[in-house]
Design a protein around this ligand. Structure first.
Ligand code: FAD
Length: 307
């Protein structure tokens, strides 16, 4: 989520907005280490709220002062080299998870999907196997309708714990939302948690599905190098990776940004890539695939930050 208008903000203005925050406040924080691709510039300020009340406090005062605010999970976003003006919020302290009712799990937005999957497994609950190996958070997973061929967030999402841009907390039933491929249509605001509806199953059944999928990822994806997951959405009836590979673009490199040799729909950071190099490579791949096959690939990544 991004709210507010783009502007430069002085430290005194931001200090006033963040006056009552209980969590951590990191000024001029380099964001690359907070992302899985490890590129991108500096945030004016990175805020790590202590709890949901803290989130509400920041949302309300940021709105009153017209300071933009975005949430960063960090595994499907590319942050431009000039960084992000305003407030970046990371929800890494919102990590509670519990079985609230039979087979209904509540997870706060900062819980990583693999942990939610492990939690479900420990209680012999099935439904999250698709999340094996997806490193994002529950919040990002809801916003992106994260998923794989095994399933996606919309299959298990019961309701969303949500803070509106006015700083009001409300429960949004999943039945009132529409889900697209890697996108949930949500009102503007911040996901602070989600109720996930699972079902009982034998541990063996759950384990064999996740094991199989993790193995598949290991053999097909460049997991040992920094990356941000799939670059492009799969066009209907085809796969972005197949098209990029068929266009002969595997291994193409701009600076330290490289189209993975292992999976053509991944761009990896060979060490010192900049966001500019990554985004130039993205444009080049998109143009060449369009020229060769007449297919305009749509970006799955979210690109954020100052141009
Ligand atoms: C190795 C690897 C494999 C991956 N495999 C898959 C896969 O198989 N399937 C898949 O779907 N994805 C995959 N991903 C991508 C990613 O993990 C998911 O899309 C995940 O859902 C994004 O979560 P995130 O928390 O990192 O959010 P980010 O990537 O940081 O954010 C995505 C968007 O959601 C917004 N956002 C994040 N959290 C919140 C919140 N709490 N409230 C409001 N807005 C929010 C951000 O502002 C941004 O616009 C993979 C990534 C990697 C690195």
């Amino acid at each position: 989520m991004v709210t507010g208008q783009r502007r430069t903000f002085s430290v005194p203005v931001l200090r006033r907005v963040l006056l009552h925050v209980k969590g951590e406040i990191l000024w001029h924080e380099p964001l690359a280490p907070h992302t899985s691709l490890q590129v991108g510039g500096i945030a004016d300020v990175l805020v790590i709220p202590a709890d949901v009340e803290d989130v509400i406090r920041v949302v309300r005062s940021a709105r009153m002062s017209h300071v933009p605010l975005m949430v960063l999970g960090g595994t499907n976003v590319i942050i431009r080299d000039k960084g992000i003006r305003g407030i970046v919020m990371q929800l890494k302290y919102l990590t509670n998870i519990q079985e609230e009712a039979s087979q209904l799990v509540y997870a706060q937005a900062g819980v990583r999907l693999p942990r939610l999957m492990q939690f479900a497994f420990g209680r012999k609950l099935s439904g999250m196997e698709w999340a094996a190996g997806i490193p994002g958070t529950v919040g990002g997973g809801v916003v992106m309708n994260a998923g794989t061929r095994l399933g996606e967030m919309q299959d298990v999402l019961h309701a969303v714990d949500f803070v509106t841009i006015h700083g009001k907390r409300k429960r949004v039933d999943a039945s009132t939302l529409s889900f697209l491929y890697r996108k949930t249509r949500l009102p503007q605001g911040i996901v602070v948690g989600a109720w996930i509806q699972l079902r009982s199953a034998a541990k063996d059944t759950i384990q064999s599905a996740t094991k199989h999928y993790l193995q598949y990822r290991k053999t097909t994806q460049p997991l040992t190098l920094p990356n941000a997951g799939s670059v492009f959405k799969n066009p209907t009836g085809d796969s972005a990776g197949r098209l990029i590979e068929a266009a002969g673009l595997k291994g193409m490199r701009i600076g330290d940004a490289e189209v993975s040799m292992k999976h053509a729909n991944f761009i990896v950071n060979r060490g010192g890539a900049t966001a500019e190099q990554v985004l130039t490579l993205v444009r080049t791949v998109r143009d060449q695939v369009a020229r060769k096959f007449g297919v305009r690939l749509q970006l799955e990544w979210k690109v954020v930050g100052e141009k």
